[in-house]
Design a protein around this ligand. Structure first.
Ligand SMILES: [Zn+2]
Length: 340
């Protein structure tokens, strides 16, 4: 995503929300339900590898402005089924894992691009996990949009100075060429942002673009799925027969684009291709029961797509918060007889 596209008034009320008193549930106040979170990471195991979802924050999205190939009434009907109302909050999720001697970050959040209070929390989330930015050896960018590459730089300096940045070559070529603004509906700001976030990595010789299916890190395979952007990529991490696929922005709003995969968004460079990628990928993920990680679905954004009729439904992973070693001992919480 690139812009909020929200009326300034709404943006202001959301920005002030943490200091405002809690509104009753029936209030039409747009700040109802908005809160600042303290816990910004979620851990899970994929085979031998611990994957950590890291929150970069969240941003409100005016879907009446942003969505394409729908009507406001259709969007609202699907949101209503999901107990939501426009505008809808989008998470910005990044993911961290270690494999061998590599410390890998999938996407980097919005960095400074969205301004104070909106995104840019990734480095704090990383720090709470005891990981310093110079420990990151590889950044896997799902695509070259501001909310995924923004965290690469701060004031022109690399946030992850020791990291190789992997990116689909079509995105590098497209976004670093401003003449593409005249050939697409994309505003020049997209290309300015790429110059800000990617050019310092290019100048430092840190970018390693790929043009076809590539094992970018041992056990992690990149595949290209052009549509949302020309070089949009999935990264599939596999360990001991388990896998997790980081899919980037093939969906922004689960309540709308899972049941109706034909609904697209202003951020798609090619809306028809983006919808086709979404439909094909969801069908495959549902059939193969693939665990996927999604940047903009509610944190941690990890779960499955379930086929429902001719559409799909998002099924988040179950929450766990205990040590795996306790599996056997506490399989039956009532076996001692006296627990409530
Ligand atoms: Zn995005």
């Amino acid at each position: 995503m690139t812009r909020f596209l929200l009326p300034a008034l709404l943006l202001t009320s959301v920005a002030l929300a943490p200091a405002a008193p809690a509104a009753p549930a029936s209030s039409p106040d747009a700040s109802a339900g908005i809160a600042l979170q303290g816990a910004d990471s979620y851990h899970l195991r994929i085979g031998d590898i611990e994957v950590i979802a890291l929150s970069d924050g969240s941003v409100p999205q005016d879907l009446h402005v942003l969505l394409r190939d729908t009507t406001a009434a259709h969007t609202d009907a699907l949101l209503d089924r999901g107990f939501l109302k426009n505008p809808v909050e989008a998470s910005i999720n990044a993911f961290l894992f270690r494999t061998g001697n590599r410390v890998v970050l999938v996407d980097t959040g919005a960095g400074d691009f969205f301004g104070p209070g909106f995104g840019g929390k990734l480095l704090d989330s990383l720090s709470r996990e005891g990981v310093s930015p110079d420990q990151i050896t590889d950044v896997l960018l799902t695509h070259a949009h501001d909310d995924h590459m923004g965290g690469l730089v701060h004031n022109g300096k690399l946030n992850f100075p020791n990291a190789t940045v992997h990116l689909g070559k079509p995105d590098l070529d497209f976004f670093l060429d401003r003449t593409n603004a005249a050939r697409t509906h994309y505003a020049m700001s997209y290309f300015d942002q790429a110059a800000t976030a990617l050019q310092p990595e290019v100048d430092a010789g840190k970018i390693r673009p790929f043009s076809a299916t590539t094992e970018v890190v041992p056990g992690v395979v990149a595949t290209l799925h052009p549509g949302h952007t020309p070089g949009s990529a999935f990264y599939t991490l596999t360990s001991r027969g388990q896998s997790l696929t980081f899919v980037g922005d093939i969906i922004h709003v689960a309540a709308v684009q899972a049941p109706d995969t034909g609904v697209t968004i202003a951020y798609d460079v090619d809306t028809a291709k983006a919808a086709a990628v979404r439909r094909e990928a969801f069908a495959r993920f549902a059939a193969e029961r693939t665990l996927i990680a999604i940047p903009h679905l509610s944190f941690p954004g990890i779960g499955h797509m379930q086929q429902v009729g001719s559409g799909f439904a998002w099924v988040p992973i179950p929450y766990t918060n205990r040590a795996p070693a306790s599996d056997a001992a506490f399989a039956d919480p009532h076996k001692n007889g006296d627990q409530p």
